[in-house]
Design a binder for this molecule. Structure first.
Ligand code: AMP
Length: 214
């Protein structure tokens, strides 16, 4: 299957769609945000940087990805959620794949307007153990029990960068650094645009059909 890349504005549904793809195809979900949040528990500077909504340096990210995709569970494919985040990272990733004779399978752009994405921020909660994302504003994304993870049965937490102020920074970073990836992958002929305003299941259906080639 090779790798699947998801591009979306912050709170655009990358985490949720990654989980659905990974559980259907039984491949690992690689979220650079989750890897960094885990690392930031023991790194105050990293924690502060992430709170600001700015991107972490490419060197750190590339090292994280190189290490993660070299693990044996990645041989049949994996989903990249939050990587690459800029053209330099995309070029480094191309080199990594070239060196092992592999290719990108699909790149999905989860397309939705800023107003909708920013609204999702307010209700977004996640599990600190498994990373599953919930949203108290959307019926299909609510936890079964208020504020508790359905799978880990521990209280859900709000991300420190999920506030209006940081959202503006994150969205602007998306526009300047990440959006250029759309043309980059369009030129390679591997970009698929998914309408992410239609709801979780329907958006997944669009992705799934493309992966299955129907
Ligand atoms: P996310 O969970 O994907 O929204 O990422 C949360 C934060 O982690 C971002 O706002 C960045 O500070 C950092 N981050 C995640 N992925 C990357 C990446 N590929 N490059 C640089 N910073 C990243």
């Amino acid at each position: 299957m090779n790798s699947i890349i998801l591009i979306a504005p912050p709170a655009g549904g990358k985490g949720t769609q990654s989980e659905l793809i990974c559980s259907k195809y039984n491949i690992p979900h690689i979220s650079t945000g989750d890897l960094l949040r885990e690392a930031s528990k023991e790194d105050e500077k990293l924690k502060e940087q992430m709170k600001s909504g700015l991107l972490i340096s490419d060197d750190i990210i590339i090292a994280l990805i190189k290490d993660r995709i070299s693990k044996s569970d990645c041989v049949t494919g994996y989903v990249l959620d939050g990587f690459p985040r800029n053209i330099d990272q995309a070029k480094e990733y191309d080199k990594m794949l070239e060196s092992v004779g592999s290719k990108i399978g699909f790149v999905f752009l989860l397309d939705l307007p800023k107003e909708i994405a920013s609204k999702r921020i307010a209700g977004r909660l996640s599990c600190s153990r498994c990373g599953r994302v919930y949203n108290s504003y959307f019926d299909e994304m609510k936890p079964k029990e208020d504020n508790m993870c359905d799978d880990c049965h521990i209280p859900l937490i709000k991300r420190e960068d999920d506030n209006e102020e940081t959202y503006e920074v994150r969205y602007n970073t998306y526009l300047t650094s990440t959006q250029p990836l759309i043309n980059y992958y369009q030129d390679k002929g591997i970009l698929h645009t998914i309408d992410s305003t239609v709801g979780v299941e329907e958006a997944f259906d669009q992705i799934d059909k493309i992966v299955r080639g129907v």
